[in-house]
Design a protein around this ligand. Sequence first.
Ligand code: AMP
Length: 188
Amino acid sequence: MVIMGPQGSGKGTQAARLAEHYAIPTISTGEIFRTNIAKETELGAEAQKYISQGELVPDSLTNAMVRDRLAADDVVRGFILDGYPRNFAQVLELDTVLGDLGFWLDAVVQLTADRDELLARMAKRAQIEGRADDTPEVIAHRLDIYDEQTAPLVSAYAQRGILVAVDGTGTVEEVTARIISALGSLVG
Ligand code: AMP
């Protein structure tokens, strides 16, 4: 499955909890980039230029990384993609990669929250995690990119009949329960 939602919607937190619930791995492109930055790899150095500005990392780098990750053995029973796809080109690339591997998407979870709630949560996260891309200017830019490039993907997945929209407000536990119940028979 894919989990989608703007920055601050609790996407990463919920992805981790769903991974535990369904006993499948989470593939978070943002996390993979951050790990590469921390390890000072070539990919990390390249990605950092974009991430620090709140821009999307070029598709060529991101797609290759996801293709590589989906080829690992641990995803055969399922996986949760967190932060990918983020634009239409990535949707198409994901279709191709999944087709090549004989996989498919059961569900796309969309976490919703209004912008004020998102900004409040991200300001809090910035204090706790100290992420370099959680400054007010970069946060605003990332939310704009989400609205322009990522939010439109929701309707594409809705047309396929696999979209599950879930209210992302409330406690972490409430939201997880809501998602699992909404996924119902789509994911088993
Ligand atoms: P995230 O942790 O999902 O908010 O991702 C942090 C940053 O990593 C984003 O603001 C982007 O710069 C980059 N990133 C993560 N996933 C992608 C993606 N699918 N395509 C392009 N850039 C990405």
